[in-house]
Design a protein around this ligand. Structure first.
Ligand code: AMP
Length: 218
């Protein structure tokens, strides 16, 4: 199975991606995680994107397309996957279509997680992520807390409120999201791939609705 997850920051995309990974044995491909890893490793890509991420702005399409294309090159390329945060623009979707076409890996569905902006702003204040580049797990103190307050369940690192999760940044990220997502979704709607799922329900209900939508039950 091959999915793209679309949703604003705070819609629970990362959480649902993780569940899809464990339910279907998929590879997880999160461009936010990949870019933050590049920053942590101090690569040229990392140096280029660091100020953009800090301001809540998107990295340039050719750069992100290159990062994803590299992942799909070579013998260890993912065959079944969930994309978290890519493609984010119509131009990225066009580049990804052509990459997947070359690789003969057609998408099964684009899951569009829907949530009002005000709800996003409320939720995001509770988000805490693991700064360990080899982990990157995210929690929410309101609805998905770690077992021990302030500590990552997976690797024990102290959790942080990321710069790009701060309120001023989140408002800019929402603006960017709306600016790009209409044309992204209409691109995929024309391919009849989009499944709209409300992201305001409890995590388990959202997951069940995603599965039902993917299987064509709703
Ligand atoms: P995320 O963890 O998916 O919310 O991504 C964090 C940040 O990484 C975003 O605010 C962007 O600055 C950058 N980013 C992640 N994915 C992309 C993408 N597909 N295109 C451009 N920038 C991206």
């Amino acid at each position: 199975m091959r999915f793209v997850l679309v949703g604003p920051p705070g819609s629970g995309k990362g959480t649902q991606a993780e569940r899809l990974v464990s339910e279907f044995g998929l590879s997880y491909i999160g461009t936010g995680v990949l870019l933050r890893d590049a920053i942590a490793r101090g690569t040229d890509t990392g140096k280029h994107v660091e100020p953009l991420l800090k301001q809540g702005l998107l990295a340039p399409d050719p750069l992100v397309n290159g990062v994803v294309a590299e992942l799909f090159s070579g013998p260890g390329r993912p065959m079944c996957f969930v994309m978290d945060g890519y493609p984010r623009t119509r131009s990225q979707a066009v580049a990804f279509d052509s990459l997947l076409h070359q690789q003969r890996l057609p998408l099964d569905a684009v899951i569009n997680l829907t949530i009002p902006d005000d709800e996003v702003v409320k939720r995001i204040g509770g988000r805490r992520c693991c700064p360990n580049p080899r982990c990157g797990a995210c929690y929410n103190i309101n609805h998905l807390p770690p077992a021990t307050e302030g500590t990552c369940d997976r690797c024990g690192t102290a959790l942080i409120l990321r710069d790009d999760d701060k309120e001023e940044t989140i408002r800019r990220r929402l603006e960017e999201f709306h600016k790009n997502t209409d044309s992204l979704l209409s691109h995929y709607r024309s391919q009849k791939l989009v499944r709209d799922v409300s992201a305001t329900d409890p995590v388990d209900v959202i997951f069940d609705n995603i599965i039902a939508a993917v299987r064509g039950n709703r």
